[in-house]
Design a protein around this ligand. Structure first.
Ligand code: PMP
Length: 404
C-alpha cells in the first residue's frame, strides 16, 4: 500500500529507506547493535564491526573509573531517582555534578537536565518568549529549532557561520537586539565544521544581543580544559550561555546549561523540561562527574582524536572522497544520492565498518552524506582498516572509480 500521499510527500527521501527497512534489508533505521565490545567495536549481524559513528569521542563510556563511579552510585543510590529534581529526585549527586560543571567552566551557575534536547528546551525557553527574537544559524540542531518554536519567539535564521548575515538579520528583525537571542553550535554535528565564534560574538557584543553556544559535540574536544570551541577561540567572556550534553564525549546521557548571569538562576524553576521530568539516574550522574574530571585534566585523548581525524581526512581525500569540512572529530562525505548512499553504507557495514548515513532534513543543503566520528579509543590500525574498507566498498558501489 502506498499510504496517504500527503504523508508520503512529507517524508520525502526517508520513505525510500523506510521501504527498504520494512522489506527486511539492513538500513540505518533498523540496524541492531547486538553486543558492545568497546567504545569502538560492536557486534552487528553476528560480525565484529569497527564503529566510526558513535560520538564516543573520548571512549569514556568504557573508562574503568567512570564504570566504577557508576557502580558505586548504583549500589548506594539505586537504579533510578524516580522523581523530578523539585520532588524527591534532587540527590546529592545531582547537586555535586552541577557544582563540578560550574567549576569546569568557571561560571556561577549550572543546571543539569535529563538530556541535551531538554537543556535546549529549558535554556532557550527561559531566555526568549513571544515578542522576542531567536536568531539561529541555519545549520542548528533540531532541538534548537524546536526549543525556539515552543518558546513563542519570532524565529529568524542567518546563513551558516556568516557573521555579516547575522548582523543583517538582527538589524532587519524589527525587534530590539536586547530582546534577541543568537544561537549557534560550537562544532556542527553533521558536516563537522566549527563556528567562527570570534566574528559572531563580535556582532552580538556590538549589538547587545544575547549569545548562546551549544557545545554538544565540542565538550571534551576543544580548548585547553576541554570546555569547547568558545574556550579554544578565546571568546568565552563574550558567550552568555553554554549548553551541552553528556551523551557524546561524556559517555552517558544528560544535558546542562551554564551561565554567569545572576538573573538566570531562576531558570530551573521556569524550565518545564526540568520541572516535569525525572532527574537523571544516579549511576549516570556519578559517571558524568567522573568523566568531567577526566576531561578537565586530559589532553592526551584530545590529541589522539586530532591525530586520527587528520589521518582519516587525508586518506579520504586521497581516495577521492574529500570530507566537506577541514579535519575534525566529525566528518562527512557527500554521496551522489540516496540509493548510492544506502548501497555504500550497506557495503561498508557488510565489510565490518559502521558509519552514519544522513539525509535531509537531518542534513543541511539537501545533502546525502556518510558521516563519521573518530574516537580516542581508535588505534592507528583502525583508521587504516577503515580506509581500506571504504576504498573497496566505494569501488563496489561505483562511488569511487575502479583502481587503475
Ligand atoms: N544539541 C546538538 C547540537 C546535538 O547534536 C544534539 C544531539 N545530537 C543535542 C543537542 C541533543 O543532545 P542529547 O542527545 O543529549 O539529547
Amino acid at each position: 500500500m502506498a499510504g496517504p500521499p500527503g504523508i508520503r510527500a512529507r517524508s520525502q527521501g526517508f520513505a525510500d529507506i523506510f521501504d527498504r527497512s520494512t522489506g527486511g534489508a539492513l538500513t540505518p533505521l533498523n540496524v541492531v547493535i547486538e553486543r558492545v565490545l568497546s567504545p569502538v567495536r560492536a557486534m552487528i549481524e553476528g560480525r565484529e564491526t569497527l564503529m566510526f559513528g558513535t560520538n564516543s569521542y573520548l571512549g569514556l563510556n568504557f573508562d574503568p573509573a567512570c564504570i566504577e563511579a557508576a557502580g558505586a552510585a548504583l549500589a548506594s543510590f539505586g537504579t533510578g531517582s524516580t522523581a523530578s529534581r523539585v520532588a524527591s529526585g534532587n540527590q546529592a549527586l545531582h547537586v555535586e555534578l552541577e557544582k563540578a560543571i560550574a567549576e569546569l567552566y568557571g561560571r556561577r551557575d549550572a543546571v543539569v537536565f535529563s538530556t541535551g534536547f531538554m537543556a535546549n528546551l529549558g535554556a532557550i525557553g527561559g531566555l526568549v518568549r513571544e515578542g522576542d527574537a531567536a536568531v539561529l544559524d541555519a545549520h542548528c540542531h533540531a532541538s534548537i529549532f524546536d526549543a525556539c518554536r515552543l518558546s513563542g519567539a519570532k524565529i529568524l535564521t542567518f546563513k551558516h557561520n556568516d557573521a555579516a548575515d547575522l548582523a543583517r538579520v538582527i538589524a532587519e528583525s524589527g525587534i530590539a537586539a536586547s530582546r534577541t537571542l543568537v544561537i549557534v553550535e560550537g562544532l556542527y554535528s553533521v558536516l563537522g565544521d566549527v563556528a567562527s565564534l570570534e566574528a559572531i560574538s563580535t556582532v552580538t557584543s556590538q549589538t547587545g544581543a544575547v549569545l548562546l553556544v551549544d557545545e554538544a559535540h565540542s565538550l571534551g574536544l576543544y580548548g585547553a580544559r576541554g570546555r569547547g570551541v568558545a574556550e579554544a577561540q578565546g571568546v568565552e567572556d563574550r558567550v552568555d550561555v553554554i549548553v551541552g550534553t553528556f551523551s557524546k564525549s561524556v559517555g552517558v546521557v544528560g544535558g546542562y546549561c551554564v551561565t554567569s548571569d545572576p538573573a538566570f538562576r531562576a531558570l530551573r524553576f521556569a524550565a518545564r523540561s526540568y520541572l516535569y521530568t525525572a532527574s537523571l539516574p544516579p549511576p549516570v550522574v556519578a559517571a558524568a562527574r567522573q568523566a568531567l574530571s577526566i576531561i578537565a585534566g586530559d589532553s592526551e585523548r584530545r590529541a589522539a582524536v586530532s591525530a586520527h581525524a587528520e589521518t582519516l581526512h587525508r586518506g579520504l581525500t586521497g581516495l577521492g572522497l574529500p570530507p566537506l569540512a577541514p579535519p575534525g572529530p566529525v566528518g562527512a562525505v557527500r554521496m551522489p544520492g540516496i540509493k548510492a548512499g544506502l548501497d555504500t553504507w550497506t557495503a561498508l557495514l557488510r565489510a565490518g565498518l559502521y558509519v552514519n548515513m544522513l539525509i535531509p532534513p537531518a542534513t543541511p543543503n539537501g545533502e546525502v552524506v556518510l558521516r563519521y566520528s573518530v574516537s580516542a579509543a581508535h588505534g592507528a590500525a583502525d583508521i587504516e582498516a577503515a580506509l581500506d574498507i571504504i576504498a573497496a566498498a566505494g569501488r563496489q558501489t561505483g562511488v569511487l572509480r575502479p583502481a587503475a
